[in-house]
Design a protein. Structure first.
Length: 218
């Protein structure tokens, strides 16, 4: 029976969440906004427009949004040549591919950023497709990124598992009707992931790989 393993990327397969926190914080600072780093961290996983909306509110000057996104992109781009993968991230994807899973990435990244993330994971032969920010109208926590990933895989939701590190991932997966697995390596507490819809939670890809036989990805 064909099955799909859908993965978030930032904070799940590549250790980038705190790079995003720092670069978004700096982008906000340069634009004259004081946004606490802990608030930025909780918003990581949202697309750029939604992240700005979440942190600055509806009554902000939206003329600044494009500049904020561009500043974050430029600051974060300085790290593209050295993005660190999570332990065993590539091995996990290769193992699932070898076990017959169709592996698909669902990420808000696109373009050069997505290419840098894929280089960090170093498992292109295991990745069947990627649903990026360019492919959907609404990002997580809307279900569209996960639903599009399933369309690319050609697998129904009941035969899919979504792995992510944020509450936005878990909510998107739950709304898409898939089983959700959380990882703690993005820095979000276990209880928050479970409340948002995670059926199982692991420390990181290495822990999931080591526990694979007892996991929803068995």
């Amino acid at each position: 029976m064909e099955r799909a393993a859908v993965f978030d990327v930032d904070g799940t397969l590549v250790d980038t969440n705190h790079l995003h926190v720092t670069t978004w914080w700096e982008a906000f600072r340069q634009a004259g906004h004081r946004v606490p780093m802990h608030a930025v961290h909780r918003a990581v996983g949202l697309g750029s427009d939604d992240l700005i909306d979440h942190l600055l509110g509806e009554d902000r000057d939206k003329d600044q949004d494009a500049g904020l996104s561009a500043a974050h992109k430029a600051l974060y781009g300085q790290y593209f040549d050295r993005l660190p993968p999570m332990a065993d991230a590539g091995r996990l994807l290769k193992r699932l591919h070898g076990d017959g899973w169709t592996v698909v990435l669902a990420t808000s990244a696109s373009g050069a950023e997505l290419s840098a993330l894929r280089r960090a994971i170093d498992a292109d032969e295991a990745i069947a497709a990627t649903a990026s920010a360019d492919d959907v109208k609404e990002g997580k926590p809307a279900p569209e990124p996960v639903e599009h990933a399933l369309e690319l895989a050609g697998i129904p939701a009941e035969r899919a598992v979504f792995v992510g590190d944020t509450v936005w991932d878990m909510r998107a997966g739950r709304r898409a009707g898939v089983r959700c697995v959380g990882v703690l390596c993005g820095g979000i507490p276990r209880a928050d992931l479970v409340e948002a819809g995670a059926q199982a939670v692991y420390e990181d890809p290495a822990d999931l790989l080591a526990s694979l036989r007892q996991s929803p990805l068995a």
